[in-house]
Design a protein around this ligand. Sequence first.
Ligand code: WTA
Length: 629
Amino acid sequence: MKDLSYRTPESYLEAKDYSLQNPESFWAEIAKNFEWYSPWNKVLKYDFLKPEIKWFLGGKLNITENCLDRHLITHPDQTAIIFEPNDPKDKAQYITYKELHSRVCQAANMLKANGAKKGDRICLYMPMVPELAIAVLACARIGAIHSAVFAGFSATALAARINDAECSIVLTADGGYRGNKTTPLKEITDEALAHCTSVKRTIVLQHTGLKVQWNKMDLWWHDEIAKVNDDCAAEIMDSEDPLFILYTSGSTGKPKGMVHTCGGYMVYTAYSFQNVFQYQKGDVYWCTADIGWITGHSYIVYGPLAVGATTLMFEGVPSYPDFGRFWEVCAKHKVNQFYTAPTAIRALQKHPVTLVDKHDLSSLKVLGSVGEPINEEAWHWYDDHVGKNNCPIVDTWWQTETGGILISSLAGVTPQKPTYATLPMPGIQAVLLDNEGNEIESSAEGILAIKYPWPSIARTIWGDHERYKNVYFSAYPGYYFPGDGALRDGDGNYRITGRVDDVVIVSGHNLGTAPIENALNEHQLVVESAVVGFPHDVKGNALHAFVITNAAIDNPDILVAELRELVAKTIGPIAKPDRIQVVSGLPKTRSGKIMRRILRKLAAREYDNLGDVSTLLNPEVIEEIKQNS
Ligand code: WTA
């Protein structure tokens, strides 16, 4: 495969110009570098108003042919995946492209033997072990649609996702490690499956040795895999066939199953991976995300493997056995590109810098950041102590919905600017809008929007195209609306200022406030609740829940503990509010709408900045909330 990256500012500028003048030819040129069984007959068909977006129409491919088979000709013995276990005392694994190909084909045959076929949905609820990447690719091999659910989600959240996609098979494990904790994944799956009817089989990977209950439809992964060989032809997929569903939070209680398709997603993840990180042959690349999130899909599995890279998977956490674990792993595997989240950097920054300095980080060439705005202090700590002021930092802005990085510098090729994601990638037409939807020129603050499709944009929400239209294409007709605000400087650099909707990013995880409120409202003492985000020095944002109860509360501590547990059970521990405040009322407009803007200020304790509260239905609650906060 040709090197897809622009290695100089000149070639970058040339590409950018070309992409604006001839967007279709620009993408067609890039797409030609992949293996297609038959080429497309039309590059793009789109209508943002409908909305309908299709790329490489009529093209036939299988993404695993591109991620695996073609590398067997050029570099079969190169390591594809390095697996670093949770516990440093356990051995790392090195899986070559040849071996990965064989294991994916075998897993694909295992799925087929259990009835899976093209178009079926398969849920992956697994720890960060190589078998998760293998499962992802095995689904893609046979054209089954994978729906990975982050292993930190609760049984209720898992059940909702399985039911929404009507998955027929669940792949899970007995358990997964996270630092000194073991998550009982099979047990949680069992609990979820009590509320699901579509699932016919559960295939369980033995990983931690945790004792599990056994049900009629359960099968051990090792038993099933032993029955099949590793010969599995790739299913021929249409460019626009779904590749996977991945759920993300929205403004209502129901998560949105974003649907990504085969052709465009492959082209864009490979292109963006190669360009942003400036990956070079032989480099070791490490993204610390979990494959349960989009970052793991695009930049642990598909993007890196599509270009034949060596990608590192880590099961553990940055704090175990100590806060130097990331740097130990970087030194051990001589990592060249390191990609993590600001929340991890902020957590590590609180510990002695000797934990960084004692590891040899001289292999590092590029550092990356993703998931939330990176604050100035964290940026500089990352630059000084990890990069030793010698590694470009790519601050990559994108979303589950965009499939790949849309705004970022290209490491060492285009300028960086602390706290700025900087410039849109070639091929991405970003704009700023004012509240009326007019494009704003030059330096300004506004609403970020994209005015032309790119290949990896999600095509729909599973089972709910109307919602897809309403959330992303209705507020500003003619544009894709991501839900983020941004600031643009005189050089066209973008700084993402945060969400402009009811999604709060806590430790890099997108959390809708609505599902958390729904969970709180389930408690028999709670009448109404409102959840907002407030600034937090490690998590970026934390959650403040205001709850109204139907009786006087003698012991608020007990209620608070019960409510936190309820949220953990309904969504997952990541969604537990930091603060829960019992109040007698919530600030409301005369039409009864909760004034979240005011609640956000109250939660942030910005009391001088509340604005006019006199028009509220119940201005007196403001004082009360301030008093007992
Ligand atoms: C936020 C993660 C500032 C943003 C890939 C977006 C960012 C949401 C950045 C998507 C960044 C992501 N700077 N904010 N570099 N990257 N975000 O779907 O609000 O988990 O809309 O995708 O994260 O989160 P998601």
